[in-house]
Design a protein around this ligand. Structure first.
Ligand code: 5AD
Ligand code: SF4
Length: 437
């Protein structure tokens, strides 16, 4: 069991990618990753702080480790990620979980091998959290979750300070990677068999590495041989340019799908959220995207029960959802985050009201998803096969260009290939199909 590690990851794709890098760094040092926590000599918990439920799940997981830690002195527990960038969390860990060995943040994941060595040598607790990223660390190894699909960070941090959001405090200010570094990484990935890249940033539309725009970066990634599909997230509506819309029509590898968080449909709420666009501008963007790329699929994020949200405000969110008709939407109950401006806003919405609105929103979102998916019945879609289906290991799963999940029967040797699949049944969150020979 010596030198084995297990990672528990909470949160977004940015965190997932950080965990891939942590795994890459440790494997480079001779550690091996195991699938079950009980078989690991080092447990790493990569945390998320975006909503309260992620906090709770983290402390729940940590609590479960206490007994083992008491029994096995050489079992090492490391905690990292967004929550550790908040002083009050680090204070709580020091006070209530003194047996945690290593605490590190989002800006120094590259140091994990050194921190482990130091903790082992000095037999003491180590807390190493930096307030912001000093400089972007390049050439870090990553142990990918998927062989044919890779996450690629193009920027770090966020400057937008939406009033509900903790991310600008935990991930620091925006920093774009140099486009040459990004392209070099993608060329390397393509040589390693990667077919699809997901470019990651809190707001990819404000990318400006090496003086080029995000649209131009996409044009350059489109030229990389071997890469078949390019996706990106997340887009902020305030920075989505006409030039980016043009890229969807020019670059054949850029998937015709966009995640465009709206957060709310009422201008009063958008203003208090500091989103900088209004409903009209958002709807205009949707119209422009659909005019340019009629088949584009769209998803969004919506927060319900932001402070001061009236029934009328909420109706406007529902109306917007009915107007845009998203392919899918992530819906969230507003969750107070310590240190954000909205924490201090008057008129916090009572939980039962939030939940009642949430249920109505989910009903609309799911009904529309189901109706949109039903349009795919009988169509033949190119599907990039990702691996065995999550629900039935004997089936394969893959995605359409528009990011629809498709399950179908097929030989595992097809993993990594793009195959034509006829859609035979449609559901709310996925499609069923058969391979066309
Ligand atoms: N409460 C609820 N949802 C939130 N999000 C961010 N902060 C909060 C919060 N305090 C949601 C937003 C964002 C997504 C990643 O998480 O919708 O787009
Ligand atoms: Fe948070 Fe807003 Fe930045 Fe997104 S754009 S990470 S919601 S502050």
């Amino acid at each position: 069991m010596t030198n084995t590690f297990h990672i528990t990851t909470f949160g977004c794709q940015m965190n997932e990618h950080d965990s891939e890098i942590i795994a890459g760094l440790l494997e480079e040092r001779g550690f091996s990753q195991v699938g079950e926590r009980k078989n690991a000599s080092v447990e790493i918990i990569n945390t998320c702080s975006v909503r309260d439920n992620a906090d709770k799940r983290f402390f729940g997981t940590l609590g479960q480790l206490k007994k083992r830690k008491e029994q096995e002195d050489d079992f090492i527990v490391c905690v990292c990620g967004c929550m550790m960038q908040q002083q009050h969390v680090v204070d709580t860990i020091k006070a209530k979980y003194p047996w945690v060995d290593i605490v590190f943040g989002t800006h120094n994941i590259k140091d994990i091998p050194a921190l482990l060595e130091k903790a082992a040598a000095e037999k003491r607790k180590i807390v190493d959290v930096l307030p912001d990223m000093e400089e972007i660390a390049e050439d870090l190894p990553a142990k990918r979750l998927y062989k044919h699909k890779a996450l690629v960070n193009i920027m770090y941090g966020c400057n937008n300070f939406c009033t509900y959001c903790i991310v600008p405090y935990t991930r620091g200010r925006e920093k774009s990677r140099d486009p040459e570094h990004v392209l070099e990484e993608i060329r390397f990935l393509a040589e390693d068999g990667v077919k699809e890249v997901m470019l990651l940033g809190q707001n990819v539309n404000s990318y400006k590495g090496g003086g080029i725009t995000f649209a131009d970066l996409l044009r350059r990634v489109n030229e990389v041989p071997g890469i078949e599909r390019i996706r990106f997230m997340t887009s902020h509506p305030k920075d989505l340019s006409d030039d980016l819309i043009k890229v969807f029509t020019e670059c054949e590898k850029v998937c015709k799908n966009i995640h465009l968080p709206v957060q709310a449909g009422s201008n009063a709420v958008l203003k208090r959220m500091n989103r900088v666009y209004n409903r009209e501008r958002y709807l205009e963007l949707v119209r422009k995207l659909r005019d340019a790329v009629p088949e584009i699929t769209m998803s969004t994020d919506i927060i319900v029960g932001f402070p001061g949200e009236t029934e009328e405000d909420f109706q406007q969110t529902l109306d917007l959802v009915e107007e845009v008709r998203y392919d899918s939407a992530f819906t969230f109950l507003y969750s107070i985050r310590k240190g954000t401006p909205a924490e201090k806003f008057a008129d916090q919405i009572p939980e039962p009201v939030k939940h009642e609105r949430f249920d109505r929103l989910v009903e609309a979102v799911n009904r529309i998803s189901e109706e949109k998916n039903a349009l795919y019945l009988g169509r033949v879609e190119p599907v990039l096969v990702e691996g065995p289906s999550k629900n039935d290991r004997h089936m394969l799963a893959g995605r359409t260009d528009g990011f629809k999940l498709v399950n179908f029967a097929g030989d595992p040797s097809l993993i990594g290939q793009t195959v034509p699949v006829r859609i035979t049944e449609t559901k709310t969150f996925s499609l069923l199909g058969e391979i066309i020979r």
